[in-house]
Design a protein around this ligand. Structure first.
Ligand code: AMP
Length: 442
C-alpha cells in the first residue's frame, strides 16, 4: 500500500521494544504515519490523548503500538489467568472495526507474551467467554457485548490502566453513550484515556471533558475534509435513472481498465439489498452488507469482496463503518447521506493512506439540500459532470480526463457548452487532509 509517512521520525526513535519493532517491520511499515508520529510519544508518556483522525490514516497503530509498549512489562508466559488481567481496553462501535483493531493488535503483539482478544455481538458468546477466562491483557470490544460479559461476570475491568474510545463520534451516533458510561464506571479512575474521532462535535468535546484529563490533541485529518488524493464528482440524475447510471459508471470504469472494485452506499437496508440484486441481474458481481445481515454473512461477503469474488459492495453507513479495505479505488454514493458528516466518512473508504481514489455521487433533485450541506461542511464546491453514456463527445464521459492517473490534470478542460451544464465556475481541487499540517514526503 502506498502511504505517506513522516520522514523525520522512525519507529526506533520512539524507544519501542525490539519485539514490537520486529512485528512492525514484518508488516512492511518503514516509517510512522503523521498521526503515529504525533500520537505515539504522548501515549508512551502516559498522557490522555484526543486524536482527530479518520480511518485510513494509520490511527489504529497510533494507539495500539504505544499501548503494547506500556503494558509490555506485565507480559508473562504463566498459564494462570490471574497473571493476565485486562490492562488495556479498546471500545469500538462496530463488530467490523473491533475485529480489525484486534487483527492489527494481534499482528503487532505476535512476538510478545501479551494476549489480545476481541468480543462483539452477533456471534456465540461461549468461545469469547473461554478466552476471557483464560486471561487477556488487551481487550477490544463493542460496548453491548462487553456489558453482556460483565453481566455474566466473565470479565473484570478493575485492573484496566488504559482505555481507548475508538471512533467515539460513531459510538455516540449509535446511541452507545449509556453503555459507555456504565463501562467506564467500572474502570479505575487512575487510568490513561485515549479518544479517537473523525470529527470533534460538541457532544464529543463533552464526552472528552467527562472522561479525559488534560488531554493532548493530535490532529492530522483536518475536520470535515477529505484526503487530497480523492477526486470527487457529482452526477445529477433523476432517482428513477440512478440504477442505470450506476451500471453505466461501473461499465465505463471497467472499459477503461480501472479496477471494478467499488463500494456503493445506500441509505436503507432494503434499498441496499435491492440494489445489489439488481446489479447482479445486470451481470455485475455484487453483494450487500447491512445491519440485517448476520455477523457471519457480513464477514463472508466482506471476504468475498476482498478476494475479488464480488466487485461491488453495496453498503449502508453502519455496516461499512471501519471496514479496512486496502486501496479501495472508488466509492459511489447511490444516495447522499442525510447527515453531511456521513459523506466524509463514506468517501474516507477511498484515498486511504495516500492511495488515489474516486468518490462519485448520484444526486437527484430531492437531494439538492443535502448536497448543499455537504459542500458547506467541506467548504468547497464539488465538480458536476454528466453521467457517462448520457451524451456524445468526451465531455459527456466523466472518465475522459482520467482524474486519478499520475501526470493527468485533475480537472477537465471545460468547453463552453459543457460549462453551461451545471459545472461549477471554479472547480476546486480537493483539500489536503491526510497530511493536514504535516510536511509531505515522496
Ligand atoms: P488505520 O487508519 O489504522 O485503519 O490504518 C490504515 C492502513 O494503513 C492499514 O491497512 C494499516 O495496516 C496501514 N498502516 C498503518 N500504519 C502504517 C505505516 N506506518 N506504514 C504503512 N502502512 C501503515
Amino acid at each position: 500500500m502506498s502511504i505517506e509517512n513522516s520522514k523525520e521520525v522512525t519507529f526506533q526513535d520512539f524507544g519501542i521494544a525490539e519485539v514490537i519493532l520486529r512485528a512492525i517491520s514484518e508488516q512492511g511499515y518503514t516509517q510512522p504515519t503523521p498521526i503515529q508520529a504525533q500520537a505515539i510519544p504522548h501515549v508512551l508518556q502516559g498522557q490522555d490523548v484526543m486524536g482527530a483522525a479518520q480511518t485510513g490514516t494509520g490511527k489504529t497503530a497510533a494507539f495500539v503500538l504505544p499501548i503494547l509498549q506500556n503494558i509490555l512489562p506485565h507480559a508473562n508466559s504463566s498459564a494462570s489467568p490471574a497473571r493476565h488481567p485486562i490492562r488495556a481496553l479498546v471500545l469500538a462501535p462496530t463488530r467490523e472495526l473491533a475485529d480489525q483493531v484486534a487483527d492489527n493488535a494481534q499482528r503487532y503483539a505476535k512476538y510478545t507474551d501479551l494476549r489480545t482478544a476481541v468480543v462483539f455481538g452477533g456471534v456465540d458468546m461461549q468461545p469469547q467467554t473461554m478466552q476471557l477466562r483464560s486471561g487477556v491483557e488487551l481487550l477490544i470490544a463493542t460496548p453491548g457485548r462487553l456489558l453482556d460479559h460483565i453481566g455474566q461476570k466473565t470479565v473484570s475491568l478493575s485492573q484496566v490502566q488504559i482505555l481507548v474510545l475508538d471512533e467515539a463520534d460513531r459510538m455516540l451516533d449509535m446511541g452507545f453513550l449509556p453503555d459507555l458510561q456504565r463501562i467506564i464506571a467500572l474502570i479505575p479512575k487512575e487510568r490513561q484515556t485515549l479518544l479517537f474521532s473523525a470529527t470533534f462535535s460538541p457532544e464529543i468535546k463533552k464526552l472528552a471533558q467527562s472522561y479525559l484529563r488534560s488531554p493532548v490533541t493530535v490532529e492530522v485529518a483536518r475536520q470535515n475534509a477529505a484526503a487530497d488524493t480523492v477526486t470527487q464528482v457529482v452526477h445529477k440524475v433523476p432517482s428513477e435513472k440512478k440504477r442505470e447510471a450506476l451500471v453505466n459508471i461501473l461499465r465505463a470504469r471497467a472499459a477503461r481498465g480501472l479496477s471494478k472494485q467499488c463500494i456503493v452506499f445506500t441509505n436503507s437496508r432494503l434499498g441496499c439489498s435491492k440494489l445489489a440484486s439488481s446489479l447482479e441481474r445486470s451481470q455485475i458481481k455484487a453483494g450487500a452488507i447491512h445491519g440485517d445481515k448476520s455477523q457471519i454473512e457480513r464477514m463472508q461477503i466482506l471476504e468475498a469482496f476482498k478476494q475479488g469474488q464480488i466487485d461491488v459492495l453495496v453498503a449502508t453507513d453502519v455496516a461499512a463503518r471501519g471496514l479496512d479495505i486496502a486501496d479501495m479505488p472508488c466509492v459511489i454514493n447511490h444516495e447522499l447521506p442525510f447527515n453531511a458528516e456521513d459523506y466524509v466518512h463514506r468517501i474516507g473508504r477511498t484515498g486511504r493512506a495516500g492511495a488515489q481514489g474516486d468518490a462519485i455521487a448520484l444526486v437527484d433533485s430531492s437531494e439538492e439540500k443535502l448536497l448543499a450541506d455537504i459542500e458547506k461542511l467541506m467548504n468547497r464546491q464539488l465538480l458536476r459532470l454528466p453521467v457517462p453514456g448520457s451524451g456524445s463527445g468526451p465531455e459527456s464521459d466523466p472518465f475522459f480526463y482520467m482524474p486519478y492517473r499520475p501526470g493527468q490534470a485533475n480537472v477537465p478542460e471545460v468547453k463552453p457548452e459543457a460549462q453551461k451544464q451545471d459545472l461549477p465556475t471554479k472547480p476546486t481541487k480537493t483539500v489536503g487532509a491526510l497530511l493536514g499540517g504535516m510536511k509531505k514526503s515522496s
